[in-house]
Write a protein that binds this ligand. Structure first.
Ligand code: ADP
Length: 524
């Protein structure tokens, strides 16, 4: 057999020096030159063979890889000629028959090749065990969240009957004062239970990632004052003031999930009123620019109430945590309100926190980006246009307000838009008409955007390359990764920014795409 060893006999002196150096290495190491292999003592422990038993590359592959045909040796020589990857992982069979996982790091120069070998069998096993444990934990969390969600649904049905019939009974004129008092107790208790069940359901949905933010225009001042008004009676009964201070210059028109914003505010203001017996609760709203120039709104709810011990400050945002054991006896509650607030603020990519001094009061604050209500005016004022020739686009979106907004903006720049309102309709529509791209909402009734995308991609042919852009308020990295895995090409965040939407449409509708999104053109 002829071999193409690249060099002649090793220089005996160099080989000897190398042998002395690698002998000192704590890891297994091998020097290979011209098919001759010399290994250090640590390598004897890695392989279980004495050095004399592995004198050549043939012996190495035969003994450790059971390859007597020379196939592996040929592959190795091939790779060697093309340049080795620096790190290679593989399994070897030790002399005692045990299979071990080894990571080889190789360096190759004129004196031959040095391989340093690390036995990574245990590390690999540990990694696999960690991944399995993580999967088990996630599955456990999922089934717990599903259980909670089912349970809360089941509890709500009889509760609705209790509350409804208690209300009917209360309208009866013939009740005695004792009965009326008892009825009042039933009403209070069932309403409290109802709100706990709602909290549990909400929290489990948030834990599951099943909450999708809506996005619609609203007035910020009205939202804050309407929310505070819900607590005005309670504050008045306790003799505490309730004040709203909103920055003068604050832009009132916003586009976001007003319902969820109200829920956070209501939770924080009702806590402030609940835990304050003298003085007042102040709600402050201000606006700043975020690091990328985005409109960052800060809400701060300050009270002059009981305060929170320093040791409990870090924990109050965790589920079922109350500042101390007496809270539940004295004030009721479950410790879910702040956990829900935190999840919601995080879903909005915002921040939440608290400062508090025991005995003098607390300030709960959160800051979220609340886009200025955008409308077609921006497109007209800025003279935005698209740069992709005639474009035919399919909009898949169930919310009417969003359908109207997207259509108006896109049609105003000449894009031809068809609208369907769920994923199943989208799958049909793309097979009937030829579109340049699809804007796909993620959570929709009947069929969501992720599933629709998977089905469209599975149709193959031209559908493999049809640009599909996710349209969603949920743009956490894990959610965006989900969209990409399903086959979506890009995503647009809600609330919709017309400038960004037109840039994305231009880019994905263009016949030839630059590697990075093309700049938006300005009409002069
Ligand atoms: P709940 O109010 O149902 O107990 P939360 O999650 O809303 O649950 O609050 C958790 C805990 O944080 C409360 O039990 C209370 O100990 C503390 N806390 C919340 N808001 C305030 C406040 N404004 N002043 C003092 N303590 C508060």
């Amino acid at each position: 057999m002829t071999r193409t060893w690249e060099a002649a006999e090793p220089d005996a002196q160099v080989a000897e020096r190398l042998a002395r150096i690698i002998e000192l290495l704590p890891a297994g190491a091998v020097h290979v030159r011209a098919g001759v292999l010399s290994m250090n003592a640590a390598m004897e422990s890695v392989t279980g063979y004495a050095r004399a038993e592995l004198p050549t590359l043939e012996a190495w592959f035969e003994k450790l890889y059971s390859d007597s045909s020379g196939k592996l040796l040929a592959r190795y020589l091939d790779q060697r000629a093309q340049g080795f990857p620096a790190t290679v992982e593989g399994s070897i069979r030790r002399k005692d028959g045990e299979v071990r996982r080894i990571e080889f790091r190789a360096c190759n120069d004129s004196v031959g090749e040095i391989w340093v070998a690390n036995d990574i069998t245990e590390r690999d096993a540990m990694e696999r065990e960690l991944v399995a444990a993580k999967e088990r934990a996630e599955a456990g969390a999922r089934s717990k969240a599903e259980f909670l969600a089912n349970m809360s649904h089941e509890l709500r049905t009889p509760l609705t009957a209790i509350i409804g019939f208690a209300e009917l009974l209360a309208r009866e004129g013939a009740l005695g004062s004792q009965e009326r008092r008892w009825l009042g107790r039933i009403e209070d208790a069932s309403k409290a239970l109802h709100s706990i069940v709602n909290d549990v359901l909400d929290f489990s949905k948030l834990e599951e990632g099943a909450v999708e933010l809506e996005s619609a225009p609203f007035g910020l001042r009205k939202l804050v004052s309407d929310t505070a008004a819900l607590l005005a009676d309670q504050a008045q009964r306790k003799g505490i003031g309730l004040e709203i201070i909103i920055d003068d210059g604050l832009n009132d028109g916003r586009t976001a999930d007003a319902g969820r914003l109200r829920q956070i505010l209501l939770n924080l203001i009702s806590n402030a009123v609940k835990f304050t017996n003298h003085g007042q609760v102040t709600i402050r709203v201000s606006e700043d620019l975020g690091p990328r120039g985005e409109p960052l709104c800060r809400f701060a709810i300050s009270d002059t109430g009981i305060g929170i011990p320093a040791a409990a400050l870090d924990q109050v945002f965790q589920r079922f945590v109350q500042a101390d054991g007496s809270i539940s006896r004295e004030f009721g509650g479950t410790g879910l309100g702040l956990a829900i607030c935190r999840r919601l603020v995080e879903l909005m990519s915002g921040k939440i926190g608290v400062e508090s001094q025991i005995g003098s009061g607390s300030t709960f604050w959160f800051s979220v980006v609340l886009a200025h209500a955008t409308d077609v005016d921006q497109v007209v004022q800025e003279g935005l246009a698209i740069d992709a020739g005639p474009v035919r686009l399919l909009l898949v979106e169930d919310a009417e307000a969003n359908q109207e907004l997207v259509c108006t903006i896109l049609r105003s720049v000449g894009v031809e838009v068809d609208v369907v309102s769920n994923g199943a309709e989208a799958v049909e529509a793309v097979q009937i008409s030829a579109y340049d791209l699809v804007l796909m909402d993620v959570q929709m009734p009947v069929m969501g955007g992720v599933q629709a995308t998977r089905i469209i991609r599975s149709l193959g042919g031209e559908f493999a390359n049809l640009p599909i852009i996710a349209l969603s308020a949920n743009v956490l990295p894990a959610q965006v990764a989900d969209y990409h895995r399903a086959g979506m090409d890009a995503h647009l965040a809600k609330p919709i920014n017309p400038r960004e939407m037109l840039a994305t449409v231009s880019y994905w509708a263009a016949d030839e795409r630059e590697p990075s999104p093309a700049a938006l053109t300005q009409r002069s």
